[in-house]
Design a protein around this ligand. Structure first.
Ligand code: TEU
Length: 569
C-alpha cells in the first residue's frame, strides 16, 4: 500500500497493489521555459499524481546523454543530463515523492551505452584499453575489403535501420549495435562489464530509488557465434533468435538479483522490458519463488495491429486482443506476475489505435482502461493516458523528432521509393512521436507544459482535451481513471483475485471474472463501435461498482458501443 514504511524485514511484494505512472520527462512539464520538460517540473505536479492515486513513478532516462534516442543512449550513468536538471534536483524529487508515500523507479539502459560513453570511447581507440572487451568487436569477413559494405561480420540489421555493425577505423574492427550506430551493445559475457553495471545500480539504490525498469533486458545475452540469420524485408538478417533470449540470460539476471537486490533489506520493483518474450519465459522470470524479476513487459497485445514489422498495418481483431490478454493472464496464473500496459513512449496512443478517438473517444478510453486495470498484474499509466490523449496530427516530416521515425521515412522514400504521402501516413499512425507530444495540462497556448516553444508540436486538441477541463468534472476520462485506481486500492480481489475468462459467444465482448475468497468481480466490456445484445443481465443495479455509461441508461439486454460494466459481490 502507498505510504507503507520500508523496514528491514519488509520483504513483501508491495508492487502487487501499486499503480505505476510513466513520466517521459522531456514531455511532462517544463519549469525553465526552454521547451523541454525537466525534474523540477515534475515536482510541481506531484499533488496531481497523488490525487490520481499513483503509487510509483517510473522516470524515462534522465542520465547524461547526447539524446540521439532521447536518453536511451547514456554517456554517464551516474549523472543527470543538464537538459533535465541536476543530481540535486533528482534528490529533491525523490524526497518529495517519498514524503507523499509514493515511490520512484528509474530506467536502466544497459544493453547498450552511447558511443560517447567513456567506456566506448576508450575501447574504440585501442584494443589495449581497460574497457576494450566491454563491447562486441569483430574483424571484417575474411576475403572482403574491411570497412566496405558486405564485409560486416554477420548479416544482422539494426533496429533503427542499416547493418547492426559499424566500422571503427581507429581499431580496424566492427562493433555491434542492435539499435542506432550511436548505441553500441555492451558485452555482458565479460565479468567486468557486469560488475560495473551492478556497482552503478547499487549506487542508485543507495541514493534511495525504489527499483528499475530495465530496457530490452532480454537482449543482453548474445549467442557467442553471432551467426547469420534469415533475411527480413529490408534485406538484413533478423538476429532476434540469437539475442532475444540468449544462452545466459537467466544467469545474468540471477547474478544481478544476488549482487544488487538480495543483499538489501528492502524489496524493489524490477520490470524487464522484453520484446518477443513468451508467456512461458515470462512465468519463469517472474516466478514468485525462483524468478529474477518482479515482472516483465511483453509485446503480444500491442503488436496485434502490425503485420511482421511495425510499419505494416493490419486490422486488430477484438477476438485476437482478448484471446491474447486472457492467455497471458492464465499463463502467468498464480505463480508469475503480469505487468499491464496499453501505452508507453514507444507506442501510438491506444485510444487512437484500438479505441475510437472521434465518435467514442471517452467511451473507448475508459473501456480499454477498465479491462486493463482489472486484470491480475501491476497497471502502468503513461502520461496523458489518464485524460485520453490521442495520436498527433503531424503534417510533414519536419514535425517528427524520433530517430526511428526519421530513419523509416528516409529508407521508405529514399530506398524503397514509397510515395512520400504514403510514408507520412504510416508515420502518423505508427510513429513513437505520437506518444511524445507534450502533456496537455490546460488550454493555454503552451498547453500549460511550457510558456516557451515546445521541442515537439503540441497536439492542437489541447484546446478541449486537457487536465484542467477534466479534473473534478464528473464523467471525465480523468475522474474515471481515479475511480478505477481507487477500486484496486479498496478491493483486494482486484489485486489478488484469480482470473477466469468468460465466453459470451460474441466476438466483440470481452468478459472475465476475478475471484478471491467469497468475492467475485465480473467485467463485461463491449470493445467495438456497435451495440451488442447480451443474455439478460439481472445483476445490473445491485452489484454494479463501476460503469462508463450513465446508470440510468443501462439496458440489461445490451451493451452500448464501448460500454463496460463491473460488478462485485
Ligand atoms: O525499446 C525496445 C525496443 O525493442 C524498441 O525497438 C521498440 O520495440 C520500438 O521502439 C518500437 O517501435 C527500448 C526503448 O523503450 C526505446 O525507447 C529505445 O529506443 C530502445 O529500447 C533502445 O534503447
Amino acid at each position: 500500500a502507498p505510504g507503507t514504511p520500508r523496514s528491514a524485514s519488509n520483504r513483501e511484494a508491495w508492487w502487487k497493489s501499486a499503480v505505476v505512472y510513466q513520466i517521459y520527462v522531456r514531455s511532462f512539464a517544463d519549469s525553465d521555459d526552454d521547451g523541454i520538460g525537466d525534474l523540477p517540473g515534475i515536482v510541481q505536479h506531484l499533488d496531481y499524481l497523488q490525487e490520481l492515486g499513483i503509487d510509483v513513478i517510473w522516470l524515462s532516462p534522465v542520465y547524461r546523454s547526447p539524446q540521439e534516442d532521447n536518453g536511451y543512449d547514456v554517456s554517464d550513468y551516474q549523472d543527470v543530463d543538464p537538459l533535465f536538471g541536476t543530481l540535486e534536483d533528482l534528490d529533491r524529487l525523490l524526497d518529495a515523492v517519498h514524503r507523499r508515500g509514493m515511490r520512484l523507479i528509474m530506467d536502466l539502459v544497459v544493453n547498450h551505452t552511447s558511443d560517447q560513453h567513456p567506456w566506448f570511447l576508450a575501447a574504440r581507440a585501442s584494443r589495449e584499453a581497460a574497457t576494450s572487451e566491454w563491447y562486441f568487436w569483430r574483424d571484417a569477413r575474411p576475403g572482403t575489403i574491411p570497412g566496405a559494405p558486405g564485409s560486416e561480420p554477420n548479416n544482422w540489421g539494426a533496429s533503427f535501420g542499416g547493418s547492426a555493425w559499424e566500422w571503427a577505423p581507429e581499431r580496424g574492427q566492427y562493433y555491434l549495435h542492435l539499435f542506432a550506430r550511436s548505441q553500441p551493445d555492451l558485452n555482458w559475457d565479460n565479468p567486468d562489464t557486469r560488475e560495473a553495471v551492478f556497482t552503478m545500480m547499487n549506487w542508485w539504490l543507495d541514493r534511495g530509488i525504489d527499483g528499475f525498469r530495465m530496457d530490452v533486458i532480454n537482449f543482453i545475452s548474445k549467442d557467442p557465434r553471432l551467426p547469420d540469420a534469415p533475411l527480413n524485408r529490408d534485406g538484413y538478417g533478423d538476429g532476434m533468435p540469437y539475442f532475444g533470449h540468449g544462452p545466459r540470460i537467466r544467469d545474468y539476471l540471477a547474478e544481478m538479483k544476488r549482487r544488487v537486490f538480495d543483499s538489501r533489506p528492502g524489496s524493489y520493483l524490477t520490470v524487464g522490458e522484453m520484446p518477443g518474450v513468451t508467456p512461458e519465459q515470462a512465468r519463469e522470470f517472474t516466478h514468485q519463488v525462483h524468478g529474477q524479476l518482479a515482472m516483465v513487459f511483453q509485446y503480444e497485445h500491442v503488436n496485434l495491429d502490425a503485420d511482421g514489422d511495425k510499419w505494416t498495418q493490419r486490422r486488430m481483431s477484438v477476438k485476437d486482443l482478448r484471446d491474447t490478454l486472457a492467455r497471458w493472464q492464465t499463463a502467468l496464473g498464480d505463480t508469475g506476475w503480469n505487468s499491464l500496459y496499453w501505452n508507453n513512449h514507444d507506442q501510438p496512443r491506444v485510444v487512437s489505435r484500438y479505441g475510437n478517438d472521434t465518435t467514442y473517444w471517452r467511451e473507448s478510453a475508459t473501456a480499454l482502461a477498465t479491462v486493463l486495470h482489472l486484470h491480475r498484474g501491476t497497471p502502468y499509466v503513461f502520461q496523458g493516458e489518464e485524460i485520453g490523449m490521442t495520436n498527433a496530427p503531424f503534417t510533414g516530416i519536419d514535425d517528427f523528432r524520433d530517430i526511428e521515425s526519421l530513419d523509416y521515412y528516409a529508407r521508405a522514400v529514399g530506398t524503397h521509393r514509397v510515395d512520400a504521402a504514403v510514408a507520412l501516413d504510416t508515420l502518423r499512425r505508427r510513429s513513437r512521436d505520437n506518444a511524445r507530444t507534450p502533456m496537455q495540462w490546460s488550454a493555454a497556448p503552451g498547453a500549460g507544459f511550457t510558456p516557451g516553444t515546445a521541442w515537439i508540436g503540441i497536439n492542437p486538441n489541447h484546446s478541449w482535451l486537457n487536465v484542467a477541463a477534466q479534473r473534478g468534472a464528473p464523467g471525465s476520462v480523468y475522474e474515471y481513471y481515479r475511480a478505477l485506481i481507487a477500486l484496486r486500492h479498496h478491493l483486494p480481489v482486484v489485486v489478488d483475485g484469480h482470473f477466469a475468462a468468460v465466453d459470451t459467444g460474441r466476438d466483440q465482448i470481452y468478459s472475465f471474472r476475478r475471484q478471491l475468497d467469497g468475492t467475485t468481480l465480473t467485467v463485461d466490456a463491449n470493445l467495438s463501435d456497435l451495440p451488442v445484445s447480451v443474455d439478460r443481465d439481472d445483476r445490473v443495479a445491485r452489484d454494479l461498482v463501476l460503469a462508463n455509461y450513465p446508470r440510468r441508461r443501462i439496458d440489461p439486454d445490451r451493451l452500448e458501443p464501448w460500454e463496460v460494466r463491473v460488478y462485485a459481490r
